[in-house]
Design a protein around this ligand. Sequence first.
Ligand SMILES: *Cc1c(COP(=O)(O)O)cnc(C)c1O
Length: 256
Amino acid sequence: MSLSTQPETSTEDAEYQQRYQTIVENLASIREKMKAVAGGEKARLVAVSKKKPASDVLIAYKAGHRHFGENYVQELVEKSKELPSDIKWHFIGSLQSNKCKTLARIPNLWVIETIDSIKKADALNKSCESRDSPLKVFIQVNTSKEESRDIRKNGVEIEKCVPLAEHIIDNCNNLELRGLMTIGAADWEPSHGPNPYFRILVTCRDEVKKHVKQKNGMEIDLKLSMGMSDDLQEALEAGSTEIRIGTAIFGARPSK
Ligand SMILES: *Cc1c(COP(=O)(O)O)cnc(C)c1O
């Protein structure tokens, strides 16, 4: 028996404390890495919580974090019901036209980052008719032209980025184009030189700004969502304004 006057904590409490500490420390260490890049601390940190329990999201929330990213529609629907309503959810998974309605019904969905075709833009636009205000969207660009490898095959081709942006602005009144997103090649081999994919997204952004104006004739302000756990510094150096970090905050995910 312990003679300490402190109440004994259960194993469950101890595990929670441990988890809390890990996540808070990881968040702090990412903030440090962001600061190490000139201007990097101004970027938004989106905590990617896919395949992680709602309890992990709540820990980061209690530590003051509000922007979270999810990849799977059903998982996002469930977490959004269970977790605080002032969380700003980013949908960063592969978008399917038949899931647009379900996504549009999530009241605190902040942005969908993975529009990559006119067809999906139109489907989402239609689904968003009943939302109070236009839904923010990013265009996902396939900067690395990888065809068969998992998630990286998603995204509009570089050449189709300008026409897609134009289409969203001209025809999708329920959507608000706010940025471009890319995954690039997360396993880029540094010995091959600097990862070119983030620069390509910067070029796409410049092209869109040059060719497409807002309806009121003003230039569009487009964010750049790029950089994950393994390449956040490179992405920030290339001008990222939003990094999406999963593993470096919540640890490795269970494999499929
Ligand atoms: C899973 C995922 C991330 C987070 O990746 P980590 O390597 O775990 O940081 C970021 N962006 C997208 C689109 C993802 O699917």
